[in-house]
Design a protein around this ligand. Structure first.
Ligand code: E4P
Length: 218
């Protein structure tokens, strides 16, 4: 399973990269705004900075919601770096844009996926990734993980190569559950990724080993 970090924070991207297990980065307009990155030039430069830190896929989201606007923006974003994946919302015009991008070799991430039908449509249009938002489904008392399972089943039925990129991951157990049900990729905050390191028996066991080593060397 690939690990992406879901942030536009350069320090957190560097920290995850140093861990040695990072495969990519996802951003969205809200995450960019959270870092205070506004204005077209600053946003473009920020994507370039992210691509300098990580040698892996970087999702960059279009803002336009009309077909021509998405194509124009997507081509500019894709030209920034070979690792850029153009993130396109799951709307009618977005599906048309994904189909076009796919025909000219621009990779895409279809975002805001909340149903199997949407995931099926995105795969048929040739999306490289689909991003089902599991945390937001959990927020409205729906089972986000069940959506990942259902998309996995449908994609496997027909051999779709579109990768399931589980998004809106909120905590460490979301990552573990995604691995169990066969998500291809998770994108998560740094805290959820580093949460995988933790177990109290690891901490107490290491403390004991170090204490015994110190005793033996006194
Ligand atoms: C990533 O591609 C998504 O935009 C992101 O995971 C959404 O997460 P949120 O629901 O925590 O905002």
């Amino acid at each position: 399973m690939k690990f992406f970090i879901d942030t536009a924070n350069l320090d957190q991207i560097k920290e995850a990269q140093e861990l040695g297990v990072l495969d990519g980065v996802t951003t969205n307009p809200s995450l960019m705004a959270k870092e205070g990155i506004t204005g077209e030039d600053n946003i473009i430069n920020h994507y370039k900075s992210i691509c300098e830190i990580i040698d892996g896929d970087v999702s960059a989201e279009v803002i336009s919601t009309d077909y021509e606007g998405m194509i124009k923006e997507g081509v500019i974003l894709a030209d920034l770096h070979p690792n850029i994946v153009v993130k396109v919302p799951m709307i009618k015009e977005g599906i048309r844009a994904i189909k076009y991008f796919s025909s000219i070799g621009i990779r895409t991430n279809c975002t805001l996926i909340f149903s199997v039908g949407q995931a099926l449509l995105a795969a048929k249009a040739g999306a490289t990734y689909v991003s089902p938002f599991i945390g937001r489904l959990d927020d409205i008392s729906t089972d986000g993980m069940h959506l990942i399972e259902e998309i996995r089943l449908v994609y496997d039925n027909y051999g779709y190569e579109t990768e399931i990129l589980a998004a809106s991951v909120r905590h460490t157990m979301h990552i573990v559950e995604c691995a169990k049900v066969g998500a291809d990729v998770i994108t998560a905050p740094l805290s959820a990724i580093t949460g995988l390191l933790k177990h109290p028996l690891t901490e107490s066991g290491l403390a004991q080993f170090l204490a015994d080593h110190a005793k033996g060397n006194n």
